[in-house]
Design a protein around this ligand. Sequence first.
Ligand SMILES: *[C@@H]1O[C@H](CO)[C@@H](O)[C@H](O)[C@H]1NC(C)=O
Length: 461
Amino acid sequence: MPPPGVFSVFLLLLLAGVPAGAEKAERLSPYFGTKSRYEELHRYLLDDPYSPGPSRTGFPLPASSCAPLQLTAIFRHGTRFPTRKQIEKLSRLHGQVIRRSKARPPCSAAQRLARWPPWLRPSMDGKLAARGRRDMEALARRLASRLPSLLAPSRRFAFASSSKPRCLDSAAAFREGLRQSLFGSDKDAVLSETFEINDELMRFFDHCEKFVKDVEDNKTAMHEVDAFKEGPEMKKVVQKIANTLCLPVTELDADLVQVAFFTCSFGLTIKRINSPWCSLFSTGDAVVLEYLNDLKQYWKRGYGYDINSRSSCNLFQDIFKRMDQAVMESKSSKPISSPVILQFGHAETLLPLLALMGYFKDKEPLKAQNYNVQAGRQFRSGRIVPYAANLLFLLYHCDKASSPEEEYKVQILLNENLLPFPHSGQKVSLYSSLKTQYRDILQNCHFDDVCAVPKNAATAG
Ligand SMILES: *[C@@H]1O[C@H](CO)[C@@H](O)[C@H](O)[C@H]1NC(C)=O
């Protein structure tokens, strides 16, 4: 007799008449990269999005000795729709597939996809999906249950956001989740905090001239990505998909195949459905497409170029300025003016910051040629920055310290897991030693200098 849980799932599947290949999207979802759902990291959230999950060893620090003093959180927005550009590319691909489906002899895969009702409209352009609002609401409630002394009704919450609607909407959903946690079903209770729009902090990459010139607008900066698109691994996937769709391979390329893969991901993340686009891909194909996505993140947002991470040093310094302030206030027994700082941005906000801090750095750079070497890489964007990704800096005040240095400690969490400090491997650090570790960035990284473009170079190109 199977356990009742297994049996009821079986029964449910039977009753729901799950379409053929229902498990397909689920099997591919570990490889969706920056388009991963948050639940991929914590599977128990699929059953209960409010579950705090198993207790984390060492978090929070024991209340008998240390009390949370300040939380600084940086979020990526929740699940979103594809951008206009992606939706337009998909229409092009779908058009080709439809044409092929009418050809003689008939092509069964193309016919199946031709019947796919296109539900993505260009006007959805990167907006937050209903699922994304739920991501943020549930995240707020989980954090509030873990840090009840900080996320408490008496506190002031300092919200800041990127100007993008998906970020502002994420902030609003988070605030609503917080309201529910703090005031339960009392519908009259409101959180009146407004959101400061701060693109200089949350979209620093737009404001860093050197980054824009050297990387963003530079046609050759992504040469490893371009090489991988033309390389043997990707070529094989493109050829296979072309065969399946009965298309000449010249009508497909890596970008179109990637759009088909994204469409599969959007079906699962936004609507929790198994898009027929998923049936085109094997797990092996997905692993290759994940690498393509990671390669781009690596060169555009990660360790690929120093300017990628250096352009985030303002944000990094801002976090420490606020911790400094809290330590100062605590030392003089004043109330903490900003006990909770909640900032809403993008994957592009978090990846450079994590690289600046030295996280997820592989021995070898990610390249087109070393796909095989990188199978076990640390830099997997789906694990680092899925939708609703969150990086928390938690500052504690500890009693019974043997020296003033020992009084202030920090823990860092990424996506609700403690992140060991890159220098020590420990999951807690004295605030003072953290500042020593990052002294160079804190003292010598000046955004204006780092991002300056030499005057004469602007005309030379
Ligand atoms: C563009 O990127 C390439 C490769 O990193 C680099 O060699 C070149 O200097 C860059 N060009 C500009 C204008 O920054």
